[in-house]
Design a binder for this molecule. Structure first.
Ligand SMILES: [Zn+2]
Ligand SMILES: [Zn+2]
Length: 99
């Protein structure tokens, strides 16, 4: 452990170092979610949406805890209660590392 993380720091993706939000979301089955912290516009959400890639409403409660909120089957299009984020995927590797 190199240095303590300050309150409010985020876990990071071990592969690419991007700050992410990790949460075990319990619905019908517990889902281990690693979400990006970058809010997506509706157009970006449509662009990244895939059958196996969910969009989440990431809300911060009064205690400052972030919670992922399920957006299916419907979510208000004008929701302002949270950031709409998607599952983290590591960005493509730098071109110089390919081949
Ligand atoms: Zn929302
Ligand atoms: Zn990553």
């Amino acid at each position: 452990m190199a240095g303590r993380t300050r309150g409010g720091d985020f876990p990071r993706c071990p592969a690419c170092g991007t700050p992410v939000h990790k949460e075990l979301v319990g619905l019908r089955a517990a889902l281990n979610v690693t979400a990006d912290l970058t809010p997506l516009t509706p157009a970006e959400q449509a662009a990244v949406r895939e059958p196996n890639r969910l969009i989440w409403c990431l809300r911060t409660n009064s205690l400052g805890h972030r919670r992922l909120t399920w957006m299916e089957p419907w979510h208000p299009p004008d929701c302002t209660r949270g950031d709409h984020v998607t599952e983290h995927r590591c960005p493509p590797a730098e071109p110089t590392t390919l081949f």
